[in-house]
Design a protein around this ligand. Structure first.
Ligand code: XMP
Length: 314
């Protein structure tokens, strides 16, 4: 009942603020999907939903998101911008610089899209932890979340953020009440796999990370479904530019390292590492090193809580 009131309030507020064409970037994640569904309910066809394929998405994600929007009856424009993202990230290794570049590229893509629909408003799925952790006032900058810190000052649209005061668990409740298919999906960062590929973000290294994430997600989900472990709040792989010596068959390999990360959390503000069964971790490790032979020859498990670690490595 309380959730329904929040939904009605948010729709009312969007109706009163948006009186012209609005654009929203939908990644398919809970935050942007909830923001899009609320805005669509509020202003209908005034809303132009864009899915930016950055080349930094998970395996099969683009087609899954397109299907979900089509089932909800919301038109979604898919823009393939992967080439420009990889080009702008070329040679960049600093985490904050990556986030700023990605934020800027997103806005530039929207601006081009905006030209096609003459949008006056930019709707964003920013939630409370995004701006809290991005600093401001007396707060320290932990990470510039791409929909906050990466925003260039010269963006000439009115920004509307209907979820700004909400935390993840509250947004999930709203998603459930709206019947959104991705409501139980684990969070995925706005900058995508770029913050899970430490060091330079090249198409090849992103492919390795994508495959490792797919293996981690699939195996953990299956194991939880068999009742062997609790499904963590978030679980994924990160690729480190740390090379170590290994052996495959009789051949020496000098490959990179994959970190498996799985945490329990309520809202992402704090987290505890999930004590996954060793059998499952060993299965994940074998599958990753077999699938990424020649690229990855070592898999480690992150046992850091947040704080002091953050959930993502960048
Ligand atoms: P950290 O790594 O800061 O992450 O402990 C907390 C939660 O936020 C997600 N995350 C992001 N989400 N834009 C987002 O929309 C971002 O730039 C971003 N960075 C991290 C992270 O996956 C975790 O769920």
């Amino acid at each position: 009942m309380q959730t329904q009131m929040l939904v009605d309030e948010a729709i009312g507020e969007l109706k009163s603020r948006i009186d012209d064409t609005a654009i929203i970037a939908c990644s398919g994640g809970i935050d942007s999907t909830v923001a899009a569904v609320l805005a669509h309910k509020a202003v209908g066809s005034l809303l132009h939903c864009v899915y930016v394929d950055t080349g930094l998405m998970r395996k099969g994600e683009t087609s899954e998101v397109s299907e979900m929007f089509s089932e909800m009856g919301i038109k979604l424009q898919v823009v393939d911008a992967s080439a420009r993202f990889f080009e702008s990230l070329s040679g960049v290794t600093d985490p904050e610089e990556k986030r700023k570049i990605i934020g800027e590229q997103f806005i530039r893509v929207f601006e081009e899209e905006k030209g096609t629909c003459a949008a006056k408003f930019l709707v964003q799925g920013t939630i409370a932890p995004d701006w809290i952790e991005s600093g401001g006032g007396d707060r320290d900058v932990i990470k510039s979340h791409h929909n906050v810190g990466g925003l260039p000052e010269d963006v000439d649209m009115t920004i509307v953020e209907p979820l700004r005061e909400f935390y993840k668990d509250e947004v999930r409740e709203i998603a459930r009440s709206l019947g959104i298919k991705s409501s139980e999906r684990q969070p995925f960062p706005g900058p995508g796999l770029a913050v899970r590929v430490l060091g330079e973000v090249t198409p090849e290294r992103v492919d390795s990370c994508r495959e490792a994430c797919h293996i981690v997600e699939s195996r953990i989900r299956e194991s939880a479904a068999r009742g062997e472990c609790d499904l963590p709040w978030q679980y994924f792989a990160t690729l480190l530019p740390v090379k170590s010596v290994g052996v495959h068959g009789d051949v020496r390999v000098h490959g990179e390292t994959v970190v498996v990360r799985a945490v329990a959390s309520l809202d992402g503000m704090s987290a505890r590492y999930s004590p996954l069964p060793h059998v499952l971790l060993a299965e994940i490790s074998t599958e990753i090193t077999n699938s990424l032979k020649g690229h990855v020859n070592r898999v480690v498990y992150d046992i850091t809580h947040k704080p002091p670690g953050t959930i993502e490595w960048e």
